[in-house]
Design a protein around this ligand. Structure first.
Ligand SMILES: Nc1ncnc2c1ncn2[C@@H]1O[C@H](COP(=O)(O)OP(=O)(O)OP(=O)(O)O)[C@@H](O)[C@H]1O
Ligand SMILES: [Mg+2]
Length: 234
């Protein structure tokens, strides 16, 4: 089932500092939407507003038919928002299997299993089920973090810089996995990134962010335009 996610004129503050200034993002059902921006422009803040980790100061976030107000993170996860945080946040002392099983928390008893397709997407997880999370490479941990989010049976998957610090061959695997989730599972995907080439390859729709504001909205091919790229130059 595909569900849309919609962020409308959201402000977010950390104390007196405003991190998000009236941002609006529409994630169309069954498509991959990418938000691009340099360091510190508010990408993670946007995802933490969507997952409910941070409260918004104004504006609304809608998920399907529901408007999320003070809905806590665990309820949003149960509703179908799967989250892959920046830096992956794998439990280093738990095994790969135990890390995946942390995704069971919000599931009904008969859903408490690891869907087989996760191991087809990321075979390395199957071969390393008994290893500790902390023993995995960065790329393997990223696959594990995506696998853990998929265990929760998300309708919308949000990912915070899934390519950060990861070798090119695994970036390709992750890109293919996201396209599989869109095409075969009908998932709606939102990712935030700094890596243009990855977004041009996997995303359908893009948003470009700078200093807490959305500067541009369009198809992924707009990343070839100089007036769009200028917002992303360091
Ligand atoms: N917990 C916090 N308390 C205070 N300020 C914060 C906090 N988290 C983020 N900020 C500030 O809010 C702004 C946006 O940060 P955010 O982490 O959302 O950016 P980002 O685009 O994800 O950056 P990066 O590319 O480095 O991950 C930055 O100026 C940052 O310093
Ligand atoms: Mg960030």
């Amino acid at each position: 089932m595909s569900l849309a996610l919609s962020v409308k004129t959201v402000d977010l503050h950390y104390g007196a500092a405003q991190a998000l200034k009236g941002i609006s993002i529409d994630c169309a059902p069954g498509r991959i939407t990418a938000v691009l921006g340099r360091n510190g422009v508010g990408k993670s803040s946007t995802l933490r507003a969507i997952t409910g980790i941070n409260h918004v100061s104004s504006g609304t976030i809608a998920f399907g038919e529901d408007t999320l107000k003070r809905t806590p993170p665990y309820k949003r996860a149960r509703m179908g928002i799967g989250y892959v945080p920046q830096g992956r946040e794998i439990f280093p002392l738990l095994t790969v299997r135990e890390n995946l099983e942390t995704g069971y928390a919000g599931l009904a008893r008969n859903e408490r299993n690891i869907p087989a397709y996760i191991f087809e997407l990321f075979p390395v997880l199957k071969s390393m089920l008994g290893r500790r999370g902390g023993d995995l490479s960065g790329g393997q941990q990223q696959q594990l973090a995506i696998g853990r989010a998929l265990v929760t049976r998300p309708k919308v998957l949000v990912l915070d810089e899934p390519t950060e610090g990861i070798q090119p061959s695994i970036i390709k695997d992750i890109g293919r996995a996201l396209q599989f989730l869109r095409d075969e599972k009908g998932m709606t995907i939102l990712l935030v990134e700094q890596f243009l080439d990855f977004c041009r390859e996997v995303a359908d729709d893009i948003y470009v962010m700078d200093r807490g504001e959305i500067m541009h909205t369009g198809p992924a091919s707009d990343l070839d335009r100089a007036d769009v790229r200028k917002h992303l130059m360091v």
